[in-house]
Design a protein around this ligand. Structure first.
Ligand code: GDP
Ligand code: MG
Ligand code: ZN
Length: 313
């Protein structure tokens, strides 16, 4: 039978068969896939082939994982040669952000977008909790929408509380496999419950002392949408955090810089201090957002490039 892995707890995998039935499966023997050294050979989102077991209802054995369109990984911290595959076959990645409790910084947003570019996964932004925004935050929201839409990232400004603009978000999810990321407390689960009430996901109360919110979801999990499509809820942004690129490639992960690269005087321009830099000129003339450019510089300076944990190509 054919199916999609929707949940994994290590040794057991919940597989959704094509007819909608859910099977609890184990892996048949040991197999390695595509030469990836992973702590888990099968991940959420994987398309698998399995045999249903006769002796027990709705159980099975996975014997094959289909070739992946893409997959996102995290380096296993203890065994740095191994990666943990978080999810596979993702059509688009959403970052849920908010300007109110807990506020998402643009530095964080841009790191997410750079990572999505590195994985070649189309990214979208959702600004949630618009019902809480004061006049200043409303103004900031419009600036951010302009910045990110100009850079080429579709945005939705929504309120999971009042339902504002939620229909267009729902439309964007239809018939796709979407990854949901974002800080704990930004409203991922509340958004998904609005979109698919049957999910009944737990939502967290943010204590006033710890405004960052607390972790409730711990495993990546795939939810089926009744109107077509799947959503993968990830425990947190760290799960989307592998930086599999080298310093020289960071500018390529900013689409608006990528477009200008060939106009710089030096072919190996880092767009920091070089004369005749088309990117800096565009920043000065307001064609590239100064915020995005500053975040680019910050990423270049980030110490994660020196961390051995992150195995860089
Ligand atoms: N005012 C307001 N609160 C929201 C909104 N969306 C979520 N929340 C609240 O924010 C808190 C965290 O939401 P939750 O969905 O658990 O966040 P998650 O950690 O990203 O899944 C909960 O108390 C929600 O009720 C919204 O649009 N407006
Ligand atoms: Mg949640
Ligand atoms: Zn340049």
């Amino acid at each position: 039978m054919d199916g999609i892995v929707i949940r994994s707890t290590g040794s057991w995998f919940s597989v959704r068969a094509e007819d909608g039935r859910i099977f609890q499966c184990k892996i048949k023997g040991k197999f390695r896939i595509q030469g990836i050294k992973a702590t888990n050979p099968v991940a959420v989102g994987d398309h698998v082939e399995f045999d249903a077991l006769e002796k027990e209802e709705n159980t099975g054995l996975i014997y094959k994982v289909r070739e992946r369109k893409n997959h996102i990984i995290r380096k296993s911290t203890k065994l740095s040669k191994l990666s943990h595959i978080i999810a596979a076959n993702i059509d688009q990645a959403f970052l849920v952000a908010t300007l109110a409790m807990p506020r998402t910084s643009t530095g964080f947003i841009d790191r997410f977008l750079v990572t999505a570019e590195a994985y070649h996964i189309p990214a979208r932004l959702v600004f949630n909790k618009t019902d809480l925004y004061d006049e200043e935050q409303q103004k900031q929201l419009h600036e951010l929408l302009s910045i990110y839409e100009t850079a080429g990232y579709p945005c939705n400004a929504v309120s999971a509380r009042t339902g504002e603009n939620m229909i267009s978000l729902k439309e964007a999810l239809k018939n796709k496999t979407s990854l949901f990321s974002g800080h704990s407390g930004v409203g991922k689960s509340t958004l998904l419950n609005w979109i698919e009430p049957g999910l009944e996901l737990k939502t967290g109360k943010i204590s006033s002392i710890h405004q960052k919110g607390k972790h409730i979801t711990t495993f990546a999990e795939m939810h089926e949408l009744s109107f077509g499509g799947f959503v993968i809820d990830t425990p947190g942004i760290k799960e989307f955090g592998l930086r599999d690129f080298v310093k020289e490639e960071v500018a390529e992960r900013f689409p608006e810089m990528r477009a200008l690269m060939w106009d710089c005087k030096f072919h190996n321009c880092t767009h920091v201090h070089e004369p005749g830099c088309a990117v800096k000129k565009a920043v000065e003339e307001g064609r590239i957002s100064i915020t995005r450019y500053k975040n680019y510089l910050a990423i270049l300076q980030d110490d994660y490039f020196d961390k051995k944990d992150w195995e860089l190509r």
